[in-house]
Write a protein that binds this ligand. Sequence first.
Ligand SMILES: *Cc1c(COP(=O)(O)O)cnc(C)c1O
Length: 315
Amino acid sequence: MSLIFLPPPLQQINSEITRNAGVDLYVLRLDLMHPWVNGNKWFKLKYNLLEAKEKDFTTLLTFGGGYSNHIYATAAAGNLFGFRTIGVIRGEERLPLNPTLSFAVQQGMQLVYLNREMYRQRNTPALQEYLQQRFGEVFIIPEGGSNLNGVRGCTEIVSNAMLTAGYAYAFDHICVACGTATTLAGIALSLHEGQRAIAFPVLKNGAFLAQEIETFLTNYLASGSPAPSNWELMCDYHFGGYAKVNDELLLFSQQFTQQHGVPLDYVYTAKMFYGVMDLLQQGFFCKGDRLLLVHTGGLQGNVGMEERLQRFSKI
Ligand SMILES: *Cc1c(COP(=O)(O)O)cnc(C)c1O
């Protein structure tokens, strides 16, 4: 299953900010593993697809908003690995389809729309039963791939970096953008002593995620094993909330891409990279620290985002 994917390259970033802070900073380019099934979404799907295959399911069903990276990745991964896919989309159908959803359809995904109220019930047995009755035997993956299979896949993200960099190379801080915190949980579970994970929630009031992370960690570990406390949340870099941007973030993102050749998505990675650069300038890290920034992909979403921004003539 992994043969289709390129090992993610590690790219060093040298800038005035990193030099002044005296740190080594590397980006783990999960965005370059595959043209479509990229980023953390592949890691969250991997063990879900393996379980579906093992249990002889031929159809995957999952949930997402109209610009969802997870919908995009599930459609492409389903197509690659021979599953039918059904995408349950939040809200009303809008035609013409946006670039994310038209890609999903091209990959063979069947789209179904649920109004917001019904969509909110997506994790309840009642709604899942309704979907099973309507579509037959389907393997249901939660929105964002956010289950323990997803956590398991994400335990492999940093070990991939270690392979690329050679085992001797140990990073002190692993930084990642955070939506549901599934990715952060997997990373925290995979770290060695002395390493820390720093998560940057892209939602407003992200502090509530601490409880979700605890739940992921304790449910993942065999009962009795203590959950690692090697992670922290940086809640001040959400820029107003999910998929909200301002000119400062857009400018930062464009300049970073120009200077370092690393494209960033506006919903997730731009906010995390901005946060890390800001913390570096504030002296948050120590001289000699080695930082790994996980580029979780999501670049497909920029197409839709840029279209929307242009409509408001922001960029
Ligand atoms: C989904 C996504 C995230 C958030 O992952 P979680 O596991 O939900 O925290 C981060 N970055 C990108 C690009 C994503 O698509």
